[in-house]
Design a protein around this ligand. Structure first.
Ligand code: G6P
Ligand code: ZN
Length: 544
């Protein structure tokens, strides 16, 4: 029988612990027999009342996406799920998946992605579960999945392995479950219509405004083609690398100055268009550039907040802003001027969920190229691009003009992040332990007296949950700050991240390169941390 459910005996994998963004491992790990099945069964087993419910399934199109989706569909049917909404060809960007979950009142969703990590047979893959509000499952849920995965003895799946045709929209039956193949762009594009002044943006392009959007061969291609070119009338060719490839063309789909170097080169060269932007593997990150200017994600959040009244979906309803701790304090200054609360959370978009649900924060952002709002429960790359376009259209200024005007009004926070990738774990852990074990308060650092040295801890003001050990903060009396933490998203070794910033109120000093403006802080940090002695090298692998 085509819809016969079988129970397959299995032994647990002990390493299926979801991290910052779901279960993320190399493809070779995921391809082990039963690996996907075990994890998916562990997810289903901890979801109460799943029977008869609707789930959303889709991914960023990377290698193994299609295979994993077919397994998930056969397991969902065998576990009593009523209906699955799946993006055509198995595609859904992360923010679009969040949007579809919310709009269709789904029980939750499975997103297949490893975000900005490289794809292909030698790259990474991932599975993430999002709950009914459209956001990543909170830690107590992922912990329960992990616990379940360690004791699993069998999983349920349909016996018949005939793949479901995902290439055409419409409904099919899989066992007792309905599979609805949907346009991956439509719901998301409709939501964007309600937030932004699309006519004003279309007017920009009619008037000859030029732009390049680099989809980096990843998931935002179809969304950007549909919204920027078809809907808003940007000339064909505005979107480049717009066809999702399984291996992202061999690239590293992370929108920063290092990995989106072609775009960066264009924007700082003689033929730069008015506006440049890029997104990552699964479409939740963004990078914003103007002609000859890069907007740091921290500044981008501050500018969006300061200009939110120009955006139809946000006019008169911004309740507050939230940023992750290592993100610069540029947005804090805007919030203060606007009389709005500004929340400082640990790194990870999931920490914004409670604030967004409670209506305490409306806009959120992270230094790691994430910006978004309460329209979904993920960060959203194209949303940020449309927000900037809307502001550019309303103000009739260049990106550089908006940025310098912003700094003049609120002061400039010089900011840089230096990453040291591929370090050995032991000396990296030792560095963190050393920093935790001493206090620099009262000492002089980069020519200034240290007034704060702590390890960031957070109590969620909505649900009271606590998180500690979130990163070392060293602050001096002139308001300069160093943050030191280890990445929580890498799949190999350790990555050390150093975040440095300094506030500059005087407009006469606003036009320096951030590396120059922060040179003394950078040097003081390297010697404080004894990077050379510990790791043999002093220069970072990536600067953002
Ligand atoms: C992912 C998360 C973000 C987080 C980023 C950096 O993109 O969704 O919320 O800021 O990773 O994390 P890391 O621990 O590597 O600095
Ligand atoms: Zn991402």
């Amino acid at each position: 029988m085509a819809d016969r459910v079988i129970e397959v005996a299995t032994t647990p994998f002990l390493c299926q612990k979801p991290g910052t963004s779901g279960l993320r491992k190399t493809v070779s790990v995921f391809r082990q027999p039963h690996y996907v099945e075990n994890f998916v069964q562990s997810v289903f087993d901890v979801l109460d009342g799943l029977a008869g419910q609707t789930l959303v399934v889709g991914g960023d199109g990377r290698f193994y996406n299609q295979e994993a989706i077919q397994v998930i569909l056969r397991m969902a049917a065998a576990n009593g799920v009523g209906r699955v909404l799946v993006g055509r060809d198995g595609l859904l960007s992360t923010p679009a998946a969040s949007c579809v979950i919310r709009r269709h009142g789904a029980y939750g969703g499975l997103i297949l992605s490893a975000s900005h990590n490289p794809g292909g047979p030698a790259g990474d893959f991932g599975i993430k579960y999002n709950i009914g509000n459209g956001g990543p499952a909170p830690e107590r849920v992922t912990e329960a999945m992990f616990a379940r995965s360690r004791e699993l003895t069998q999983y349920r799946i349909l016996e018949d392995e005939t793949p479901v045709d995902l290439s055409r929209d419409g409904d099919t039956q899989l066992g007792a479950m309905r599979v609805s193949v949907i346009d991956p762009v439509a719901d998301y594009a409709e939501l964007m219509e309600t937030l932004f002044d699309m006519e004003a943006i279309a007017g920009l392009f009619r008037d000859g405004f030029t732009m390049r959007f680099d989809a980096m061969h990843a998931i935002t291609g179809p969304y950007a083609h549909a919204i920027l070119e078809k809907r808003l009338g940007a000339p064909a060719g505005t979107v480049v690398n717009g066809t999702p490839l399984k291996d992202f063309g061999g690239g590293h789909p992370d929108p920063n100055l290092t990995y989106a170097h072609d775009l960066a080169e264009l924007m700082f060269g003689p033929d730069a268009p008015d506006f440049g932007a890029a997104s990552d593997g699964d479409g939740d990150r963004n990078m914003i550039l103007g002609r000859g200017v890069f907007v740091t994600p921290s500044d981008s959040l501050a500018v969006l907040l300061a200009n939110a009244e120009l955006l139809p979906g946000y006019r008169g309803r911004v309740k507050g802003v939230a940023r992750s701790m290592p993100t610069s304090r540029a947005a804090d200054r805007v919030a203060e001027a606007m009389g709005l609360p500004c929340y400082e959370t640990p790194t990870g978009w999931k920490f914004f969920g409670t604030l967004l649900d409670a209506g305490r924060a409306t806009l959120c952002g992270e230094e790691s190229f994430g910006t978004g709002s309460d329209h979904v429960r993920e960060k959203d790359g194209l949303w940020a691009v449309l927000a900037w376009l809307n502001i550019l259209a309303q103000r009739g200024e260049t990106v550089a003009g908006i940025l310098t005007g912003h700094w003049r009004q609120f002061g400039r926070t010089y900011y840089t992040r230096h990453d040291y990738e591929g370090l050995d774990k032991a000396p990296a852990d030792a560095l963190m332990a050393d920093l935790r074990g001493r206090s620099l308060v009262g000492e002089v650092f980069a020519g200034q007296r240290v007034v704060l040295h702590d390890d960031f801890a957070y109590t969620d003001p909505v649900d009271g949950s606590t998180s500690s050990g979130q990163g070392i903060r060293v602050q001096t009396e002139d308001g300069s700050r160093l943050v030191v933490r280890l990445s929580g998203t890498g799949t190999q070794g350790a990555t050390l991240r150093l975040y440095m910033e300094r506030f500059e109120p005087n407009p006469e000093h606003h036009h320096h390169d951030a590396q120059d403006a922060l040179a003394d802080l950078i040097a003081a940090t390297r010697s404080l941390l004894a990077l050379k002695a510990r790791f043999g090298a002093e220069d970072p692998t990536v600067i953002t």
